[in-house]
Design a protein around this ligand. Sequence first.
Ligand code: NAD
Length: 440
Amino acid sequence: MAPLSFDAAALVDRLRGTFRSGRTRPVAWRREQLGRLRDLLTENSVGITDAVYEDLQRPHQDSLRAEVNASVREIDHVLRHLDEWLRPQPVPVDGSPMPPGTTASTSYDPLGVVLIIGPWNHPVHLLAMPMIGALAAGNTVVVKPSELAPATSALFARRVAAYLDSEAVAVVEGAAPETTALLAQRFDHIFYTGNGAVGRVVARAAAEHLTPVTLELGGKCPVFVDSTTDLDIAARRLAESKFANAGQTCVAPDYVLTDRATSARLAEKLRDVVTDLYGEDPSRSPRFGRLVNERHFDRVERLLSSSGRTVVGGQSDRDDRYVAPTVLVGVSPADPVMQEEILGPILPIVEVEGLDEAIAYINDHDSPLALYGFTEDETARARLTDGTSSGGVAFGQAMWQLLVPDLPFGGVGESGMGNYHGRSSLATFSHLKSRLDVPA
Ligand code: NAD
């Protein structure tokens, strides 16, 4: 194996030295770094959207929204609230045998050196968002972008070196060997976003050092639709969220569960919306992206063969890594498309008798990162919320839960552990330290 271009132990030692020096603790330093990350994003927005286009052929406007603007909004939110969040919180001492005048409190203590490992599908957002939390909490940070988005990885590494405090923040580019070398070191927190197989590798390596981990994983996000919903609205929102980034989003709707009559009507409407969004030939649409590489293309193309009927799409072109936005109706739960996370532009519709069968189906499978419901029936909403397990539920819209900064974002079970965004990020990248003051 070729020698690595960096010394992982020396890097972590250096960043730990910075942390121990106390440089990253003052709130002023944290604010300054967040401001510089903000500048990095806004001053390089064209470079970032170009790089993501090179890696994913994703429309620039989509990347501006998802990679740059969403991260900038998070920075602004954190900057607005950081002082308040960092203030020690008094804890009542009643119920304890303490003398009068005793006080107790909690405060967020930085952890030390944090490792952030990102995936290819939102290659800036999924580095910047955890970095915001790690910096706000006063840590030093090693960032490992995905090698599957090489243009974005290279740009991000160059820009971080130019904008952020190089004594405290480092980017290591590379693939499994580089990550493996990093994972052999002792970190104080590891934040990993990607698939569950590598998530297990990360958790095993972290266990060696008793390092806490956040695992932001994937899974199949179900959508329940019933006849009480406005199907025109549901079809548009489903198509827009499913087919953005060519379906390569961890919280994209994966499949739909609905009754037979609704299924037929929804399928027709989805066909019309897809044509409206991307034209008769989506391969020519500037709004539609491509799969990240040939391996993923082959995987997604294989999922097109299903027992259902193709309502729209179905075409593919390996040379172009193109799979058309596709809606399949009458899909069987035994079909390949229902056996794994699709992470591509295929939306299968599976017919169920009603809510009971939908809930039973969801509960028979791994807990998803998100569960969506398009129903005006409050009882159905309550049963979907309380009767199933998922990272989060959203009704009436898909993927918008990410836009509310203080809604914790994370999975449960196979979709991950831990959460972040907004205030939750500060908690994730800190130790909640307790303090007791007993009077003399
Ligand atoms: P990926 O292949 O880019 O891998 C993620 C990271 O793991 C990369 O940095 C990669 O270098 C590293 N890696 C790969 N193999 C490794 C190994 N053997 N040892 C150590 N590190 C290794 O991305 P991916 O896993 O294909 O990402 C897609 C998955 O991520 C999907 O399941 C998707 O749902 C999930 N995802 C989850 C979220 C979330 O926020 N929960 C967001 C995006 C993607």
